[in-house]
Design a protein around this ligand. Structure first.
Ligand code: NAP
Ligand code: COA
Length: 269
């Protein structure tokens, strides 16, 4: 069940908001009354996402942009702000990942994931800053448990997401005096996503083992992450900044890493 927060008159920008968790967040904000803008690389995906957001009654805009391209990203976010108003909430969740043992990962493979997940997050906040409502705006990074729980075959993603966590804290220090809150959500294994099926639960046996490692004994749903994002973006979270918040059924404590590592050792990528 979705929490009720009124986002009427607000503009929410979701980087990577065209599939999976990020699209679910974009739709949750749209259903709560916000105007929503999205970017990702694939133009058809962007078009489909914009249509879904409009079908929910929201004003929506989208563009095919790679977060690794700061110039186009900056121009695009400026255009969104001119069209939909100053930005009240940024969700920064564009990411790429695959399983690969460190010694087999090429330098370009490592760089690619760091470029999307970490440098891309830098580019998103940098492009958005000028257009944020000050005071009042909120930046929400989407990180991952690998940022603090070391996992085999995840050297690229773990390093990038650790950077995202620390960037969250530094930005909270720098932007707090401007009235901008900065937080991160660390989702556990979220069912319904392509990454979950590919990286965590490629078959029934692995799925059931992974579920056994979550203290709440269920996988997450996109709605679980959406509820936390709706809260963090709102005045109800007005004194929450610099926090990296797990939304994982306690999974980072028990750690679903044995299941992920088992999937990697079977050659699943
Ligand atoms: P997803 O469905 O693959 O979504 C990733 C989104 O990012 C897509 O819309 C993709 O669209 C976009 N994207 C990828 N590279 C991009 C780039 N270079 N520039 C712009 N957009 C880009 O993934 P997801 O599983 O829902 O993950 C969403 C977020 O949650 C990620 O930050 C991920 O690390 C985090 N997370 C997920 C899980 C999980 O269980 N799924 C667990 C922990 C953390 P295009 O292909 O069109 O670019
Ligand atoms: N194992 C090892 N290396 C891999 C790999 C894999 N499964 N997939 C890609 N790479 C390497 C490539 O070989 C290449 O390195 P090389 O030039 O030395 O050969 C490098 O990574 C870049 O690959 P490329 O396909 O050109 O990158 P891209 O920018 O088109 O795509 C990815 C980025 C690789 C992260 C791709 O998986 C992606 O687009 N992911 C988005 C969706 C996603 O991962 N969602 C889950 C979010 S958590």
């Amino acid at each position: 069940m979705m929490i009720k927060v009124d986002y009427a008159g607000k503009h929410v920008f979701v980087a990577g908001g065209t599939s999976g968790i990020n699209l679910a967040l974009a739709e949750a904000f749209a259903s709560s009354g916000a105007s929503v803008s999205v970017v990702s690389r694939d133009g058809e995906r962007v078009q489909r996402a914009v249509e879904r957001l409009r079908a929910l009654g929201a004003k929506a805009a989208g563009a095919a942009v790679d977060v690794r391209d700061p110039v186009t990203l900056t121009e695009t976010v400026g255009g969104f702000s001119a069209q939909l108003g100053l930005i009240d909430v940024v969700v920064s969740g564009a990411a790429g990942n695959f399983l690969c043992p460190a010694e087999r990962l090429s330098p370009n493979g490592f760089r690619t994931v760091v470029d999307i997940d970490l440098n891309g997050s830098f580019n998103v906040m940098h492009a958005a800053f000028e257009h944020l409502r000050k005071p009042g705006a909120s930046l929400i990074h989407i990180t991952a448990p690998q940022s603090s729980v070391p996992m085999r075959y995840q050297v690229h993603c773990a390093a990038a997401k650790a950077g995202v966590d620390q960037m969250t804290r530094v930005l909270a220090l720098e932007w707090g005096p401007l009235g901008i809150r900065v937080n991160a959500i660390s989702p556990g294994p979220i069912d319904e996503t392509e990454g979950f099926a590919r990286l965590i639960a490629p078959d029934e046996k692995t799925r059931s083992r992974a579920q056994g490692h979550v203290p709440l004994r269920r996988f997450g749903r996109t709605e679980d992450i959406a509820n936390l994002a709706l809260f963090l973006g709102s005045d109800h979270a007005g004194y929450v900044s610099g926090a990296v918040i797990p939304c994982d059924g306690g999974g980072a404590l028990e750690s679903v890493k044995p299941a992920i590592e088992a999937a990697g050792s079977k050659g699943n990528q």
